[in-house]
Ligand binder design. Structure first.
Ligand SMILES: [Mn+2]
Length: 308
């Protein structure tokens, strides 16, 4: 059997670099490419962040996503990422999730089947699949990981055990950014593969631990990276990266005839008469936050509290 694995598509009607809805169209086209490749027989694993704007889903976005999933008769197994969630995931409470709406709406319509995993074990032929939605609290994530690791360790070893997560593993980000799990944690030993979302740069962190990455460029932090998705061959247990061809963020001067998004180098931005206002520390953090993420107000508040 083959499995398609993708993550962090962050579907939204972006305004920057948009030409008459082109950015949303590209997100939907990428989703369609991936689901088309899966065909009717091959299950698709999705590691979180289907949507970009926490708690806000335009009707057009919902309609486009569901139309694409139903038209491709896709069978999708997913977990909620932080951007899908609009309330906090804890051990006691399942976070509210845009992906949950879309799953229910989708399953009421036709042949397509979506399933959102929330810490349970499901069996597909000879495959045991586990999924943990995004947890902000690393201790709670660890407790859930332990529970599933114990479950997976009791499964016969000639089966394939796959775990999906949406966290920040050691080795995936710069040393100053906090991480919340170690790819070499012995709890991962019960699984044959771990597919993690959240971090948009794809990386293999151990023989089994893969950061899947996003399938198309979202912003300047993607510059220089080739994006796409993975195919897992469950017989040979090998992963193949499949690149996708969508517009990319590029630092530098606009090249004529290119579909890419060009962001001028800082030195090329003309300095105008910028009046420097007296801003508070909080203001600086809030503005930085708007630029890098801008959605997660709860986390922003935590950052500001930390400053005070
Ligand atoms: Mn993401």
């Amino acid at each position: 059997m083959k499995l398609i694995v993708f993550s962090d598509i962050h579907i939204d009607n972006y305004k920057r670099f948009d030409k008459q809805g082109s950015r949303l169209k590209n997100c939907i086209a990428a989703l369609e490419c991936i689901l088309k490749k899966a065909g009717e027989l091959c299950p698709v694993l999705f590691c979180g962040d289907m949507f970009n704007h926490n708690g806000v889903l335009h009707a057009k976005i919902i309609e486009e996503v569901i139309k694409t999933i139903t038209s491709q008769n896709a069978r999708i197994y997913a977990i909620s990422g932080n951007h899908d969630q609009f309330s906090r995931q804890t051990l006691e409470n399942t976070a509210g999730s845009s992906l949950d709406f879309v799953t229910r709406l989708n399953n009421s319509r036709g042949n397509a089947a979506m399933q959102l995993l929330n810490g349970e074990e499901i069996v597909i032929d000879n495959l045991y699949l586990y999924g943990i939605p995004y947890f902000r609290d690393s201790k709670e994530f660890h407790a859930k990981l332990k529970e599933l690791s114990d479950k997976a360790s009791r499964v016969a070893s000639n089966t394939l055990r796959i775990l999906m997560t949406h966290q920040t593993p050691i080795g995936s980000v710069g040393e100053h950014i906090p991480t919340d799990t170690d790819p070499f944690d012995p709890l991962y030993e019960s699984f044959d593969f771990v597919f993690n979302g959240h971090i948009h740069k794809r990386q293999q962190l151990s023989d089994k631990y893969y950061v899947i990455g996003n399938p198309l460029h979202q912003d300047l932090s993607d510059a220089g990276q080739k994006k796409g998705y993975y195919i897992l061959d469950t017989e040979t247990r090998t992963m193949e990266f499949v690149p996708l061809d969508f517009p990319e963020f590029v630092v530098g001067k606009e090249a004529e005839g290119s579909k890419n998004y060009f962001v001028p180098r800082e030195s090329e931005i003309e300095l105008q008469n910028i009046e420097v206002e007296a801003v508070s520390k909080e203001g600086v953090v809030a503005e930085y936050w708007e630029n890098v993420d801008g959605k997660d107000r709860e986390l922003l508040q935590e950052g500001i509290n930390l400053l005070q």
